[in-house]
Design a protein around this ligand. Structure first.
Ligand code: NAD
Length: 329
């Protein structure tokens, strides 16, 4: 019987998990344990044909130590905790679920945008404190007629652009992976990064974390942004130089930010971001909703079942592995 090992879920949780039930019904044994180190992952996943993976790093050492491993299924869109090159070298297909939370993450970007423009957290705080007043009217901002710059026009960026247009915004787009016609088809006016930063009232990041996108928004880019602009990051924390962002916010160059992701997660207790009332925060939960979670779990079970039957999964993050994929051997 093939074995699927969950690197992030202890047995008690796994027993109730719908994806484990689906896998068992497909004749796959499922085991799991929260793995706190490379050594734990290697020891506990020994003999696994498949790994179900949340956030535990799947490094070259882990991949090289598991000679029977055919597939790693990552719960989510990003695969930046997996060494893709090493996986390809070892013949391991890395499966992800790129389409389960497109509406949720783009909604999270808009929750920040609208929450800040309408000053929802501050009004709530005022009324909770037993007051009725007009203190924050000066901080309120328009949405329609304003310019939204979208960086990365893939699935989530394109949904964000569509939502911006529905709110009557002018939408600019920067994505070096797409041609101008593709950007227009996704509802964005093609732009250089510099022009987008200089023209946008709201900038929303939807590029993946890659070596080339690390600190894509640093001090120089923040300085190019319109005074009074609002920055939204629901993609990955290291896309933004957080220290430079904090400096720009403290100097008042940037009016605010909406952040679901951070350079260090959990966000350190002493992060100045926690104390800034022009910054809206959430703990990397942009993908969450009951519908998205159900779709994610179902997709993970379906993809692992496909792979362990020797069929090519729908979403392989390292398609070049096909030439030497163990799951096809
Ligand atoms: P996608 O692959 O569909 O789109 C990413 C786009 O970014 C592509 O079009 C690509 O060409 C573009 N891109 C690459 N390099 C770029 C650069 N230097 N500048 C601008 N654009 C660049 O991905 P997606 O489904 O839209 O997701 C985007 C990101 O959102 C993911 O990589 C993931 O890190 C993040 N995400 C976060 C959450 C969350 O919970 N907050 C959930 C899901 C995804």
């Amino acid at each position: 019987m093939p074995l699927a090992f969950h690197t992030d879920m202890p047995p008690a949780m796994l027993d109730d998990a719908p994806e484990a039930r689906m896998l068992r019904e497909a004749g796959i044994e499922v085991r799991g344990e929260r793995c706190g180190s490379e050594d734990e992952t290697i020891e506990r996943a020994a003999g696994a044909d498949a790994i179900l993976n949340g956030l535990v790093p799947i490094t070259a050492r882990v991949l090289e130590a598991l000679p029977g491993l055919k597939v790693v299924a990552r719960y989510g869109v990003g695969v930046d905790n997996v060494d893709l090159q090493a996986a390809t070298r070892c013949g391991v297909a890395i499966v992800h679920v790129p389409d389960y939370c497109v509406e949720e993450v783009s909604n999270q970007a808009f929750a920040f945008l609208l929450g800040w423009a309408r000053q929802v957290p501050r009004w709530t705080e005022m009324l909770r404190a037993g007051r009725w007043g007009y203190d924050h009217i000066g901080a309120m901002r328009s949405v329609h007629g304003q310019t939204l710059g979208v960086i990365g026009l893939g699935r989530i960026g394109a949904a964000t652009a569509r939502k911006g247009a529905a709110f009557g915004m002018e939408v600019l787009g920067f994505d070096p992976g797409l041609g101008d016609d593709d950007l227009r088809a996704r509802g964005a006016e093609p732009c250089t990064l510099e022009a987008l930063l200089a023209r946008s009232d709201y900038v929303s990041l939807h590029a993946p974390l890659l070596p080339a996108t690390h600190h894509l928004i640093g001090a120089a880019e923040l300085a190019r942004m319109k005074p009074g602009a609002f920055l939204i990051n629901t993609s990955r924390g290291p896309l933004v130089d957080e220290k430079a962002l904090i400096d720009a916010l403290q100097r008042g160059e940037l009016a605010g930010a909406g952040l679901d992701v951070f350079e260090t997660e959990p966000l350190p207790d002493d992060s100045p971001l926690r104390g800034m009332d022009q910054v809206l925060l959430s703990p990397h939960m942009g993908a969450q909703s009951p519908l998205a979670t159900a779709k994610l779990r179902r997709s993970i079970a379906e993809e692992v079942t496909r792979a362990l039957r020797g069929e090519w999964p729908l979403h392989v993050a390292n398609p070049e592995v096909r030439a030497n994929a163990r799951l096809l051997a």
